[in-house]
Design a protein around this ligand. Structure first.
Ligand code: FAD
Length: 511
C-alpha cells in the first residue's frame, strides 16, 4: 500500500489487488464481534517511518497515535511490580526498587541504544548495496555505509557489532543485574523471534523494536486511534487521493510472464490484468513458490527461497471483556497498569524455558505473554464499559510435534488463560468472547507463510544485503518488471512502511 501511494504520487497508474474483503493485511481493525473493533494481528505502532507519515500526509488522512504511558507494567509472582513511564525520573525510581545499580545504568543504556538505533535506523530507508559487490559503484556504496560509522567512538562501534550478533540476554547482562529489569527489556528481543533470549541475534530484534517513536519521541510505542486498520486506511486514502485504485476480494493466482518479464497478473477467477510492473508484498515464499512457475526463476534462487526460514512462533489472542483484569500484584481497576503493555514473564530463565518447549515442537507451557488494552485509549472500539484485550504470546511453533493446531488451538487457549489467571484471578469472569489465532490461523487469515509475523525470520543471515537472498536485496527480482515491496524485503517486518518506500524509489528509478 505504501508502494502504491508513492507510485501514484509520482503519476503512475496503480492498481492494488487484495485477496481479503478488507485492506491492511496484518494491520487491520476487524469487527469480529458486534460492537468490538479489534486489531486482530498487529496492535501497537512505533516503527512507521516519520518520512513516510510526512510524505504520504497520513495525519491529514486520519492517522493518530496515543503513546503508551506507562510503557510497561510487569507483575511478578512474589507480589512485586515494575512500571516504566514516559517520565524518566519515575522510571528510575521504579528500577531502583529492584536495583540501585540498574537505576544508575539505565540512562546510559538508553543513550547507548539510541546511538545504535540511529545508525541502524539510517539504513532503514536505504537500498542495500549489491552483495557480494562486483562493480566499482558497489564498492562506493559500501564506503558510504562505512562513512555512517564516522561519528561513533570505538566503544560504540564495538557495541554495534555486538548488537548485531549477541543474544538479548548477553546484551542486557552488560548493563543490568536485576532479573526483573532484564526480562522486562528482553521481551522486545524475542517478539516474533525463532529463538530465546539467549539465542545469538536476538539483541538485534530488541534494537529493531526501538527504531521508531510516537509524535517525534524516539522509542515510544502507542495505540492507533481506530485500531491498526486506521494506519492502512490512511495510507489507502493517501494513495486513492492520487488516483490509485484498490480492489478487495481480488486474490492473485499467478504472475503473468511474457518474453521473460512480468506483464501482469491472473486473478483466482481467471481475470487477466496487464501491467508493465508488478510489485508483490506477499512474503517471498508465497510470491516465488506460489505465484510463479519454478522454471521462470534461476534454480539457485528457487533453492534459496525454499531455504528462507519463515516459520512463526507467535500466537495472538483477542478477548472481549466486560471489565478489567485485576492484578494480584497491583489491585484496582482501572489503573495505570491497564494503559501499559502488561508483561507476564518473571525472568530470563522463564522465557528461555518457554523457548525450550518450542524448540522441540511444543507450545510453551509457561509462555511469555504480552497484554494490551487499546480501549483504555480509544473507548470507541468496544461497547460502553467493555474492553478489548490483545494477547501476544511466544512461543507457539508453527510445526507441532505429534499434533496440529486445529487439535491444540482451544486446549492451548485454555492453558493461556490459566497462566493469566495466576496473575489476574478475575480473568475468567470477565471474558465475553475469545479469538485465538495460532501461527496456522495467521497463515490462513493473513496469507503469511508459516504465520511468521515478519514474513521471514529477522536473523542476521536473512537481513539487509541478505533479505530475502544475497544478490536480491535491491527490490528488483530475477524476473524483469517484478519487485518485492513487503516485509520479506529490507528492512523486514513491522508496520514501518520502509520496504514499500524503498521499493517505490527503485521502481521509479527504473521507469
Ligand atoms: C499477530 C501479529 C502481530 C504483530 N504485531 C505488530 C505490532 O504490534 N506492531 C508492528 O509494527 N508490527 C506488528 N506485526 C508485524 C506487521 O503487522 C507486519 O510486519 C506488517 O503488517 C506487514 O506488512 P506487509 O505489507 O509487508 O504485509 P502484509 O500485512 O502481510 O500484507 C500482505 C497482504 O497481501 C494479501 N495477500 C496475500 N496473498 C494474496 C494474493 N494471492 N492476492 C492478493 N493479495 C494477497 C494479504 O491479505 C495481505 O493484505 C505483527 C504481525 C502479526 C501477524
Amino acid at each position: 500500500m505504501v508502494t502504491a501511494a508513492y507510485l501514484a504520487r509520482a503519476g503512475m497508474r496503480v492498481l492494488v489487488l487484495e485477496a481479503r474483503e478488507l485492506i491492511g493485511g496484518c494491520a487491520v481493525t476487524e469487527e469480529i464481534w458486534p460492537g468490538y473493533r479489534v486489531s486482530t494481528a498487529s496492535y501497537l505502532a512505533s516503527l512507521l517511518q516519520e518520512k513516510v507519515v510526512r510524505d504520504l500526509e497520513l495525519e491529514r488522512f486520519g492517522y493518530r497515535v496515543d503513546a503508551k504511558d506507562p510503557a510497561f507494567f510487569s507483575p511478578f509472582p512474589d507480589g512485586r511490580h515494575l512500571f516504566m513511564w514516559q517520565d524518566r525520573a519515575k522510571t528510575l525510581a521504579e528500577i531502583a526498587k529492584f536495583s540501585q545499580h540498574d537505576a544508575e545504568a539505565y540512562p546510559r543504556y538508553e543513550a547507548h541504544l539510541e546511538k545504535l538505533g540511529m545508525v541502524a535506523e539510517s539504513l532503514l530507508l536505504t537500498t542495500p548495496p549489491d552483495f557480494p559487490p562486483h562493480a566499482i559503484g558497489d564498492f562506493i556504496e559500501y564506503l558510504k555505509l562505512a562513512g555512517r560509522l564516522r561519528g561513533l567512538s570505538r566503544a560504540e562501534i564495538v557495541g554495534l557489532v555486538k548488537v548485531f550478533t549477541q543474544s538479548a540476554a548477553d546484551f542486557l547482562d552488560d548493563w543490568f543485574e536485576s532479573e526483573e529489569i532484564k526480562v522486562t527489556l528482553a521481551t522486545d528481543g524475542v517478539i516474533g523471534a525463532n529463538g530465546g533470549p539467549r539465542s545469538p541475534g536476538t539483541a538485534y530484534i530488541l534494537l529493531h523494536h526501538c527504531m521508531g517513536g510516537v509524535n517525534g519521541i524516539r522509542g515510544l510505542w502507542g495505540f492507533v486511534r481506530g485500531g491498526m486498520g486506521a494506519v492502512s486506511e490512511a495510507i489507502a486514502d493517501s494513495a486513492r487521493a492520487h488516483g490509485a485504485v484498490i480492489r478487495t476480494q481480488a486474490p492473485v493466482e499467478k504472475i503473468l510472464l511474457g518474453n521473460g518479464r512480468a506483464i501482469g497478473v491472473v486473478l483466482a477467477d481467471g481475470e487477466e490484468i496487464r501491467a508493465p510492473i508488478v510489485a508483490s508484498n506477499l512474503d517471498p515464499r508465497r510470491t516465488f513458490l506460489h505465484l510463479l512457475e519454478e522454471t521462470a526463476l534461476p534454480a539457485d534462487f528457487v533453492a534459496g527461497i525454499r531455504r528462507f526460514r519463515s516459520e512463526g512462533t507467535s500466537l495472538k489472542m483477542n478477548l472481549a471483556l466486560r471489565g478489567l483484569p485485576e492484578f494480584a500484584a497491583f489491585p484496582g481497576a482501572p489503573g495505570p497498569q491497564h494503559r501499559a503493555t502488561m508483561h507476564l514473564c518473571p525472568s530470563i530463565d522463564y522465557v528461555e524455558r518457554a523457548w525450550d518447549d518450542a524448540k522441540y515442537g511444543r507450545p510453551s507451557r509457561y509462555p511469555l505473554i504480552e497484554m494490551t488494552i487499546p480501549t483504555m485509549y480509544d473507548a470507541s472500539l468496544a461497547p460502553a464499559g467493555h474492553h478489548i484485550m490483545g494477547i501476544f504470546l511466544q512461543y507457539a511453533p508453527y510445526t507441532l510435534k505429534g499434533s496440529d493446531w486445529d487439535t491444540e488451538r482451544e486446549p492451548y487457549a485454555e492453558r493461556v488463560i490459566d497462566v493469566i489467571e495466576e496473575y489476574c484471578p478475575n480473568i475468567r469472569d470477565i471474558i465475553v468472547e475469545r479469538q485465538t489465532l495460532t501461527p496456522l490461523d495467521l497463515e490462513r487469515r493473513f496469507g503469511i507463510t508459516g504465520g511468521n509475523i515478519f514474513h521471514g525470520e529477522m536473523s542476521l543471515d536473512q537481513m539487509f544485503v541478505l533479505r530475502p537472498l544475497a544478490g536480491w536485496a535491491r527490490y528488483r527480482m530475477p524476473v524483469k518488471g517484478l519487485y518485492l515491496c513487503g516485509s520479506g524485503a529490507h528492512p523486514g517486518g513491522g508496520v514501518m512502511g520502509a520496504p514499500g518506500h524503498n521499493a517505490a524509489r527503485e521502481i521509479l528509478k527504473d521507469r
